[in-house]
Every structure is written in C-alpha cells, then in structure tokens.
Design a protein around this ligand. Structure first.
Ligand SMILES: Nc1ncnc2c1ncn2[C@@H]1O[C@H](COP(=O)(O)OP(=O)(O)O)[C@@H](O)[C@H]1O
Ligand SMILES: [Mg+2]
Length: 286
C-alpha cells in the first residue's frame, strides 16, 4: 500500500486508525495519515471518501470514535478547533473564511488582536491598530503577497484570490506546526490559483508543513511533495508525484488500480499495470 512511506523523521502530525461514524455511515474507517516537517502533503479522493472528516479530526472539529493522533510524536486529543489552534494547527476552510466588512489587518488578527501597551490595553482592552497594521504588512511582504497594496483595505473590496491570500496568510502567521487547507483554489481563476500555490510553497519553504486537500490534479502535481490518496474512509495509497502519472493517481483514487502486498501497482484482477499520460492502461499479463 505504502510506496512513499518515510521513516527518516518523526511526522509533525500523524494519525493511526481513525474511525468516525455518523449513525450508520462510517465517514472514516481506520484512516492513517502522516505529514513530515517541511512538506506539502496533498489529500485527494472522490466525494464522500472521507477527506473532510479526516481533516476535521486532525483539526479538532470532529472527535474520532477510535484511533490516535500524534503531534511531534506525542498523543493529542483535541475536543475543539480551538484546542488544535492552541497546539499550532491552523485550518483554512473551503469557504473563503474572512470577515468581509473588516480591513485586511483586522482580518489577519481576528480573535488574536494585539492590545495597546500598559493599562490602555490591559484594563481598557484598547486595540493596537498601528502595531497590527505593521505586523500584517510585514507578514504579507514576507510571504510575497504583492497583490495587496493597502493593508487598511476592506476585505469585501478584494478579489477572490486576494481574500484567499489573506486567509492563507493568517494561517501561516499563527500556525506553528501545520497549516491545513481545504480546496484553497476551488473558487479561483488560473492566475489567482497560481498565486495561492506560490504562497503554499513559500509557507512550506519556511518549514511549516501544509496539508492541501484538492480535486485539482495539476495543482496537486505542481506543489505536492507526497500525495495521500483517500478512498472509502481510509488511506488507499501514499505516493510521490514524481513516481506516477496523473492517470495512475486518479486510478488509485477510483480503485481501478491499487498496490499489492509487494507494493506493485496492480489492476482489479491483480495484474501489474501502469497508466500513461494519455490515460492508456498498460497491463502485464501473467
Ligand atoms: N455530519 C455528518 N453527518 C452525517 N454524515 C456525514 C457527516 N459528515 C460526513 N458524513 C458522511 O461521511 C462520508 C464522508 O464524508 P466527507 O468526509 O465529507 O467526505 P469528502 O470530504 O471526501 O467528500 C459521506 O458519506 C458523508 O455523507
Ligand atoms: Mg469534503
């Protein structure tokens, strides 16, 4: 199953045997997961495969019925997204998660505002807008978010890509361990998607690992270091994009191909198979 397992380093975030049931529906069914320091791990899978439930379990939004989650090798038990955030796990949700009526700086610090020094901050709870603007500008500059010109701009006047850049920057700013992104380019055009992908790479290059849930195979192949293929509630494969064609990865996702006990790619009949870039399956008869 596992062709791209990597035991050189302790995974930053790891899950073993996660199970989550909703009544009679088993959303995840013994799911394993791992992400190493400094890598982009794409998570792909058909609708209903359990990707969101897996991500929710990793980010504290869902409490699994069974299994364990390890952060830097130590067991953790998140009971809310706040727990996971406190532990350094930031999540950018599918819906563009920004407060549109507020400016960029306020969005970046939403829920984590800086207070004025002294009694103005501690007693009167006054916000330090100047410091937040400066820190927000510094953050966007360091992430290379060049499309945003004015940190005081109201978010609803930004383009979709700029809003997403704000949401992603916020996660990068506060995420100390892992940043999780659920379909960050789904609502964006080609150019804007490219900018968000660049941003994801820059976050990774800072050393912060990124979990990227995506349906977009070209995007996945462009940025992912490894790909977690989720199928029927569990990890069906873990591969490196360099080792496989997109068609092969899609075939792993649909179940047309799988890895046998020896780690070879086989079709449903158990015959060794490869899929070329044109989508033609090449099967080796036995
Ligand atoms: N809150 C919920 N209540 C009931 N069923 C759910 C809930 N969340 C997810 N499911 C079910 O669990 C399965 C996996 O869903 P999900 O994790 O959203 O998959 P994906 O993100 O891969 O599309 C689906 O059959 C879905 O209908
Ligand atoms: Mg989903």
């Amino acid at each position: 199953m596992n062709t791209a397992g990597d035991d050189r380093a302790t995974p930053t975030l790891q899950a073993r045997g996660l199970v989550k049931r909703y009544g009679r529906v088993t959303a995840i069914d013994g799911a394993d997961f791992e992400i190493l320091p400094g890598e982009i791990m794409a998570v792909i899978g058909d609708n209903g495969a359990g990707k969101s439930t897996l991500i929710k379990a990793l980010s504290g939004a869902v409490v699994p019925d069974a299994g364990e989650i390890l952060l830097d090798g130590s067991p953790v038990a998140f009971t809310s997204p706040l727990d996971a955030r406190r532990a350094g796990i930031e999540t950018v949700y599918q819906t563009l998660a920004v407060a549109s009526a507020m400016d960029i700086a306020s969005n970046l610090f939403l829920g984590r505002e800086m207070r004025r020094p002294g009694v103005l901050g501690s007693v009167f709870r006054m916000l330090d807008h100047k410091a937040m603007r400066a820190a927000a500008q510094e953050q966007l500059d360091s992430l290379g978010v060049a499309t945003v010109q004015n940190i005081g701009q109201i978010v609803e006047t930004l383009s979709g890509g700029q809003r997403q850049a704000v949401a992603v920057s916020r996660a990068a700013m506060f995420g100390r361990k892992v940043v999780i992104m659920d379909e960050p380019t789904a609502a964006l055009g080609v150019k804007e998607s490219g900018q968000v992908l660049d941003l994801i790479r820059r976050i990774r290059d800072r050393g912060l690992p990124v979990i990227l849930i995506s349906h977009n195979m070209p995007h996945v192949f462009e940025v992912a270091d490894r790909i977690h293929v989720h199928r029927m509630g569990r990890r069906a494969a873990l591969v490196r994009p360099a080792d496989h064609t997109m068609s092969e990865v899609v075939a792993l996702m649909t179940g047309a191909l799988r890895f046998d006990e020896e780690g070879r790619l086989v079709d449903a009949a158990g015959h060794r198979a490869e899929v070329d870039d044109q989508g033609h399956t090449i099967t080796e008869a036995r």
